[in-house]
Design a protein around this ligand. Structure first.
Ligand code: F0G
Length: 378
């Protein structure tokens, strides 16, 4: 029986004409994409400068991060090529997503994670979804190096963002933003770790403007989706990428040997999409900048407490950065700004509880005590 025509069937079905996918290919999907674009009016009011700010909340994807957009494409392609196993290195979200799509496709999934540096929610996802979790005594960059080797010695397909199909899937977030706003934003602010996502957004915004980006290396396949695509909008945003101060190779201008940050998702010293990300920033007239762990956590708290939007620390860096750049005048007053909140706050409950200031009031189980607690805190 065919699904009802009103059923949202995921981003491949929605954007098929712009994706490198053959019509007969069986799609592996969890109905990812179509995430909310949430106005951050309280934040905009607090900052002033007459700006409009929207968060693309990618934590609302099926496994709680933007990785699902790339994974539906990468796993669909891998399975269509006959792969029976996939592999990735991960700071957590990629492993959670890969495990889910592998489970759906009925294939094996191997994930390499850095020992002790992965948020609990992500680990839980990878484990329950039946992947083989290989914890290495090293960081993400070590894992990435080993994964690339493994693909040459074992029958496993890499589903990290060096897989061009990943970026092709991830570019659809930019499409959705333009589809909802009816135009491209003036600025797009985004966290940067391995640097695939900023590259993918630039491809998406460029395609919608009818421009083939210089970053086009990432996975065009002229067989199924050749340029030029019809333009949907006439402009492209300035791309702004933010890194954690202890893991900021784009600011340093070279890889960082021992990256460190509370935002474990972006604890990456040797980004694989180095050239693509630089091209996106240069072509768009944008910039990279870094923020301290304290600034990242403060933004996570502010967003949760004043907008009700709970994202993970790595995601909050986009908000921390855009607020600072607005205050400094780098982002023009009156602008339309979008930012990507890459992952859900529930991914990392430990950090959230630790930094919420122990906001619990303990009282005996009687109504007088509870009443006092309410009146004291009104
Ligand atoms: N935000 C979150 C929540 C992430 O998980 C990641 C990357 C990023 C931002 C950075 O995106 O790598 O495309 O620049 N996480 C990867 C992982 C590396 O393994 O889950 P990027």
């Amino acid at each position: 029986m065919n699904p009802p025509s009103t059923l949202y069937q995921g981003l491949i079905e929605r954007y098929r004409a712009r994706l490198p996918i053959a019509s007969q290919t069986k799609v592996i999907t969890l109905c990812e994409g179509n995430t909310a674009l949430i106005p951050l009016d309280n934040l905009a009011r607090a900052v002033g400068h007459d700006v409009k700010i929207y968060a693309k909340f990618e934590g609302l994807n099926p496994t709680g991060s933007f990785k699902d957009r790339g994974m539906t494409m990468a796993v669909t392609q891998a399975v269509s090529e006959g792969s029976r196993a996939i592999i990735c290195a991960s700071t957590g979200n990629t492993s959670a997503s890969a495990a889910a799509y592998a489970a759906r496709a009925g294939i094996r999934c191997f994930v390499l994670i850095p020992e002790g540096k992965i948020a609990l929610g992500k680990l839980a996802q990878a484990m329950i979804q039946g992947s083989v979790v290989i914890q290495i005594k090293g960081n993400f960059d070590d894992g990435m190096r080993i994964v690339k080797e493994m693909a040459t010695v074992a029958p496993v397909a890499i589903v990290n963002s060096i897989n061009p199909y990943r970026l092709q899937g991830q570019k659809t977030a930019a499409f959705e933003i333009v589809d909802v706003l009816g135009r491209a934003p003036d600025y797009h602010c985004i966290p940067v770790g391995n640097a695939g996502n900023i590259s993918a957004y630039w491809v998406g915004f460029s395609e919608y403007a009818g421009v083939q980006p210089k970053t086009a290396a990432c996975g065009y396949c002229t067989e199924y989706c050749a340029f030029p695509f019809p333009a949907v909008t006439s402009t492209r945003p300035v791309m702004v990428g933010y890194q954690a101060a202890g893991s900021a190779p784009f600011i340093a201008g070279h890889p960082i040997a021992e990256p460190e940050t509370v935002a474990t998702a972006i604890r990456i010293g040797n980004p694989q999409s180095w050239d693509l990300a630089w091209a996106a920033v240069r072509e768009s007239g944008g910039w990279f900048d870094s923020l301290t762990d304290a600034e990242i956590l403060a933004a996570q708290r502010t967003l949760a407490a004043t907008e009700g939007v709970f994202c993970e620390p790595a995601s909050a860096i986009a908000v921390a950065g855009l607020v600072r750049d607005l205050t400094r005048g780098k982002i023009r007053p009156g602008s339309l700004i979008t930012c990507t909140l890459t992952g859900h706050g529930l991914k990392d409950p430990d950090t959230a509880i630790k930094q919420s200031g122990g906001g619990m009031v303990e009282v005996p189980a009687d109504s007088d005590a509870v009443k006092r607690a309410i009146l004291d805190n009104l």
